[in-house]
Unconditional design. Structure first.
Ligand SMILES: Nc1ncnc2c1ncn2[C@@H]1O[C@H](COP(=O)(O)OP(=O)(O)OP(=O)(O)O)[C@@H](O)[C@H]1O
Length: 292
């Protein structure tokens, strides 16, 4: 089932197209990394999904229901974690979550068990201190618990790891991965390693559109080239036959030639490189290719 479906979405500010005919689909229990540089329109897109910002064109569906600007009806399906969540800092986490639970349709007798469950999955069960004493990582984890209080089908996170140190980042990513058993997640970021770590799909937002969508279950993103270590004589004779780009030191990369043809050529030229390996593309390589 499509939990989030965006069709031909557009948004401009002062005649500048920020989102330009964007379409994407996020399926049930997937985790989707929404990648874009600063100012590329990630928050603008999320605000339109939440019905808080009016698109200039296009449609958004959450759990099959159309999102209408100014109408929060579809937000019953959504949990939202902003990049810097705000809390009542004088409260403890259970007190804060109790307050949030009261604002939802959650039955009274289910509230405490839901709060206990959420505190355990975000690693804050034994925490007795007030929120004002929390680290940024703890606040972000509490933000996830708060966003999930009403058992939403879709969790939207806006740059959830941007303010966190490596440990806090790892903890939060693990939580996002773990909760996909009960909810679908879309999170925006410009940190590609975060996306590679936990996402099923990644969409690269560039100039208002998803310019590339990547299935991260496939580990092979294609070849960059063949890397060889060559001495100066070997380099001279090989570079007369094929294009070689210099990496560093004695290392070169052959592109636009198959491994088979390269082996054949090396044999013909009687070159035996001390190192030879196929270099694979990373998500970063793909990002740089499509946003050039
Ligand atoms: N209310 C607004 N009025 C005018 N311009 C806006 C408004 N909101 C956003 N913009 C512009 O739209 C563009 C996209 O902004 P947005 O905040 O969606 O980007 P982002 O990808 O979330 O960036 P970041 O990673 O820095 O948070 C920016 O150029 C921003 O200045």
């Amino acid at each position: 089932m499509d939990i989030l479906k965006i069709e031909n979405l557009s948004k401009s500010f002062n005649d500048k197209n920020v989102i330009d005919n964007l379409s994407l689909i996020v399926r049930e229990n997937e985790i989707y990394g929404f990648i874009g540089s600063n100012g590329s329109g990630k928050t603008t897109t999320m605000n339109m999904i939440l019905g808080q910002l009016e698109p200039n064109g296009g449609d958004i569906y959450v759990c099959g229901e159309k999102v209408n600007f100014g109408n929060t009806e579809t937000n019953k399906y959504i949990g939202y974690l902003p990049d810097v969540p705000e809390f009542y800092n004088y409260m403890t986490a259970p007190q804060y979550l109790r307050l949030c639970a009261k604002l939802t349709d959650l039955k009274k007798n289910e509230r405490e068990s839901r709060i206990d469950y959420l505190l355990s999955i975000v690693g804050l069960s034994g925490e007795r201190s007030k929120i004002k004493a929390y680290s940024r990582g703890m606040k972000q984890r509490l933000g996830v618990a708060q966003a999930l209080i009403h058992q939403p089908e879709l969790l939207i996170c806006d740059e959830p790891t941007s303010a966190l140190d490596p440990k806090g980042r790892m903890e939060l990513l693990k939580i996002l991965k773990d909760i996909t058993a009960e909810t679908t997640v879309i999170f925006s970021t410009h940190v590609l390693t975060d996306v590679e770590r936990i996402s099923d799909y990644a969409g690269i937002l560039y100039e208002g559109n998803i310019v590339k969508e990547i299935d991260l279950s496939k580990t092979d993103f294609g070849d960059k080239g063949i890397d060889l270590k060559l001495d100066s004589n070997e380099y001279k004779s090989l570079s007369e036959r094929i294009e070689l780009s210099h990496l560093q030191g004695d290392n070169y990369r052959a592109v636009d030639i198959s491994l088979r043809d390269l082996y054949q050529l090396l044999y013909t030229l009687d070159i035996q490189p001390s190192q030879l390996e196929l270099s694979k593309k990373s998500l970063e390589d793909i990002y740089l290719e499509v946003t050039r």
